[in-house]
Design a protein around this ligand. Structure first.
Ligand code: NAD
Length: 506
């Protein structure tokens, strides 16, 4: 029997995903990993269909709070072994994981393309980034020194050291279903000696399962990483509130992040949330460079990147030239099946993502904006999730495209007359994750970087440029989250600083 799942209060996370009583068909039959054992759970399964073809790819268990409970117990039991291994042995384990991911990359990449929707070349890049998540963590943990603390009392000595927080609950989204968990959480958690309960996004759970299979084969200790699939509003929430979960790492939408902050009140939280960063093209900018990099930042991964170029504020004198170049760049995008050679952009991942794009476009049209390229799903492709690369101009600051995160391949262009207006427009959205500024002036680059509310500001580069050891995250006072992801900064977030004081006079 196949039933449709109803929309949940916290978001339509299972919209359009069928629930089956058994993993029927030829696809992948994924399972939970709990305490080193592959398990089916309570006997209901989500059927995962490809956004590229509409065809089923396989099933994952629809987990319950009981599954989470067992996963937390398994993680708790694994903690001591991870701590006893010490940082160098854990670093070696992470290097083995990285090598195993590299070795499996060609096999897993096509599934990542079919399940998430990204072109094969991007999927291969994502596998490389997933391996890098473990490799970086392995490198960093070996050299993370802590301090000796001078004291007033000459008979005492004090020093601090890093201790893992314990059991980390990790909840991740579908836009980078492998790279993001590995870079932000799984590598850093295991390197620092934390045990993990991982809840991946439902629509990309098959590829998460395949990743975990590779990690198990590479020597993952039983219980060190547990995988529980299902509805985030159930298994994610059960993880957040579980008393045996000591800390939460969450990447996803601001709305879910706010729920998690309430439900996990009192626990350490690493929250990487939504973004709607402005890219600002100043009067003295190299307009060709700006248009090229804006297009890359807006259309990469079909715009489903938290730091994507979500909106562009361009000096009024450059508008016409800039927009013409952008329309040309949109025309160069090859929208198509993610496994076809030559495809540069695939479908959106799911129906909720499409709905959001459509509602933002409807709002723009109702306000009289001009759609210069794209504007909706392409015709003649296997599903309606293939959204055309879109350029919109003539927008006002209140439009949804300007205020809210669209998370799709759209570039809304607004104009400004002077710096004051540029700053006003930049601040007209509540997010503060990333921004970009195009200018030839070093002084302007610093002026904007210091004043913009964003975790990272790229100068003469697209807003989504990032290397995994660079700290990134939301600016305080915005809705983009708290804490920093990136290299040693994440490792620090995953540890408690413990201080030891010794009286040497006794
Ligand atoms: P989402 O918030 O809908 O879901 C994220 C995860 O949370 C999923 O695994 C989901 O199942 C789970 N979840 C849902 N309800 C829950 C609940 N009540 N309790 C616990 N877990 C729950 O986000 P999404 O649509 O999967 O991802 C897109 C969003 O992620 C965008 O807003 C994007 O900007 C953001 N994102 C941020 C970063 C960053 O680094 N800041 C990176 C990538 C994506």
């Amino acid at each position: 029997m196949t039933v449709q799942f109803s929309t949940r209060a916290d978001g339509p996370h299972l919209r359009g995903i069928a629930i089956d009583a058994a993993p029927t068909g030829d696809g992948i039959a994924a399972r939970h990993l709990i305490g080193g054992q592959w398990q089916d759970g309570a006997g209901r399964f989500l059927r995962i269909d490809s956004p590229a073809t509409g065809e089923p790819l396989g099933h994952v268990p629809l987990g319950t709070a009981d599954d989470v409970d067992r996963a937390v117990a398994a993680a708790e039991a694994a903690r001591a072994e991870l701590v006893e291994m010490g940082p160098f042995a854990r670093a070696a384990l992470c290097m083995d994981m990285a090598a195993a991911i590299d070795a499996a990359a060609d096999e897993i990449a096509p599934l990542l393309s079919l399940e998430q929707g990204k072109p094969l070349a991007e999927a291969k890049g994502e596998l490389g980034a997933a391996a890098l998540g473990f490799r970086n963590a392995a490198e960093q943990i070996k050299w993370m020194e802590t301090g000796v603390i001078p004291l007033a009392d000459p008979t005492k000595r004090a020093h601090s050291f890093l201790q893992p927080k314990g059991v980390f609950g990790i909840i991740t989204p579908w836009n980078f279903p492998l790279a993001l968990p590995c870079l932000y959480y799984l590598g850093p958690a295991l390197a620092t000696g934390n045990a993990v309960v991982w809840v991946p996004a439902p629509s990309t759970s098959l590829v998460a399962y395949e990743l975990v299979r590779v990690l198990v084969e590479a020597g993952l200790p039983a219980g060190a990483l547990n995988l529980v699939t299902g509805d985030g509003a159930e298994v994610g929430d059960a993880t957040v509130v579980h008393p045996g979960v000591h800390a939460i790492g969450f990447t996803g939408s601001t709305a879910t992040g706010m729920t998690i902050a309430r439900r996990g009140a009192g626990k350490p939280l690493l929250l990487e949330l939504g973004g709607n960063g402005p890219t600002i093209v100043l009067e003295d900018a190299d307009v060709e460079l700006a248009a090229k990099r804006v297009a890359a930042g807006a259309f990469g991964n079909a715009g489903q990147i938290c730091t994507a170029t979500e909106r562009v504020l361009v000096h009024e004198s450059l508008h016409d030239r800039f927009v013409a170049l952008l329309v040309q760049a949109a025309g160069d995008v090859r929208l198509g099946h993610p496994l076809d050679a030559g495809t540069t952009m695939g479908p959106l991942n799911n129906a909720a993502a499409l709905d959001k794009m459509q509602s933002h476009m409807d709002d723009a049209r109702a306000r009289g904006a001009k759609v210069l390229a794209g504007g909706g799903p392409a015709k003649g492709l296997p599903t309606n999730l293939y959204f055309e690369p879109t350029v919109v101009t003539g927008l006002d600051a209140d439009s949804l495209l300007n205020r809210e995160e669209s998370f799709g391949p759209v570039v809304p262009v607004l104009t400004f007359a002077d710096e004051a207006e540029a700053f006003r427009l930049a601040a007209s959205s509540p997010y503060g994750l990333s921004a970009a500024v195009f200018t030839r002036s070093l002084a302007a680059a610093y002026r904007f970087t210091e004043k913009l509310q964003a975790g990272i500001v790229n100068i003469n580069e697209m807003s989504s440029y990032w290397e995994p050891h660079v700290p990134a995250g939301g600016a305080s006072g915005t809705q983009s989250g708290l804490g920093r992801a990136g290299g040693r900064h994440t490792l620090m977030e995953m540890c408690d600083l413990k201080t030891m004081v010794v009286d040497i006079a006794v």
